[in-house]
Design a protein around this ligand. Structure first.
Ligand code: AVJ
Length: 320
């Protein structure tokens, strides 16, 4: 396997997790940031989610990219493709193929918090695209954007609907921060899952095979491993709830009975009442007008808006 060039901006992962656990699990409404799902095991579970029949976003977005990657290449003439939260970079190959065929692409910069997922994806892509300069960055896209390599014009791809993991105020700040690292005329390619009926949405986050439930509980295993905690993941039920007011899916872990959890690495003992839950993820769903306005507020002009034939998933190509 080819060794790809990887640089890391993750310094003290345990210290970061400790701070997040202390903040989230001492709050009145307990919560944890979704980035902690993605250790090696969690990244693999997410890949499995993308293949379950109920989880449509990956397939719907892939259909859009398959149709439109050529237009992205023609409109942007990108020299660098940056991918935030790249994971396996599976759908990204559609963009790499189109940009390579267009003849402008020089570099691919995937960024992810999961070093294992990133290393595997970067190595596979370097092998498949030998002429491409592949520079993986292990990092947190809420913090480490300034350090991205690559020559302009760049396309920053943020796919899969991961932007939905931000709360609305964080989302505005994040879009601003992306705009700030780009020069005028560079691009953002943004994937957003769309608002639809609640049954389809809740099923997508609570598949019959239980893969999403295992992914959700994995965050407890991460805390056990990193902070020496004694969570019993089986004490917690997986819940996927459509919040129609906020238009987001909320994933929760709900204590089946009252329980006490020791987290020595965070100097914490946490009590759960029966039925009390931890909010582990928000996955916001979007409408065209809303995301166009949010992009405009951040300094991006949407040049193209595409959806799949069933209007489940939207992709915006926006110019800075
Ligand atoms: C990787 C953030 C896009 O929110 O749909 C999948 C993560 N969570 N099933 C999403 C996820 C539960 C996923 N993203």
């Amino acid at each position: 396997m080819t060794e790809a060039d990887l640089q890391s901006h993750r310094t003290d992962v345990a210290a970061e997790l400790r701070a997040d656990v202390r903040t989230g699990l001492t709050a009145a409404q307990k919560w944890l940031p979704p980035k902690w799902f993605y250790d090696a095991e969690g990244s693999e579970l997410f890949e499995k989610i993308t293949a379950v029949p109920e989880y449509y976003p990956t397939r719907s977005e892939r259909a859009v990219l398959a149709d439109r990657a050529g237009e992205v290449a023609g409109l942007t003439g990108a020299h660098t493709l940056v991918e935030l939260g790249s994971g396996s970079s599976e759908k990204t190959r559609l963009l790499l193929d189109a940009l390579t065929a267009h003849g402008t692409l020089e570099a691919f910069v995937p960024m992810d918090v999961s070093e294992s997922a990133l290393a595997a994806a970067a190595a596979a892509i370097s092998a498949e695209y030998p002429a491409l300069d592949v520079r993986g960055v292990v990092g947190d896209f809420t913090r480490d954007l300034r350090l991205l390599p690559g020559t302009a014009p760049r396309v920053v791809a943020f796919l899969g609907g991961t932007i939905g993991n931000f709360l609305p105020t964080e989302r505005a700040g994040f879009l601003r921060s992306v705009r700030e690292v780009l020069a005028e005329g560079e691009w953002l390619l943004l994937g957003t899952d769309l608002v639809k009926d609640s049954a389809t949405l809740e099923r997508a986050y609570d598949d019959a095979a239980g893969v999403t439930a295992a992914f959700n509980r994995n965050v407890l295993r991460v805390i056990n491993a990193q902070l020496g905690a004694d969570f019993d993941p089986d004490t917690f039920d997986h819940v996927a709830h459509w919040d129609a007011g906020h238009e987001w899916i909320e994933m929760r872990l709900r204590a089946r009975r009252a329980t006490t959890v020791r987290i020595p690495g965070a100097d914490l003992v946490v009590e759960f009442a029966e039925g009390e839950h931890i909010r582990t993820e928000v996955s916001a769903k979007f409408r065209r007008e809303g995301i166009t306005a949010e992009l405009a507020a951040a300094g991006f002009a949407v040049q193209r808006w595409w959806t799949d034939s069933q209007h489940r998933f939207g992709v915006s190509l926006a110019r800075s």
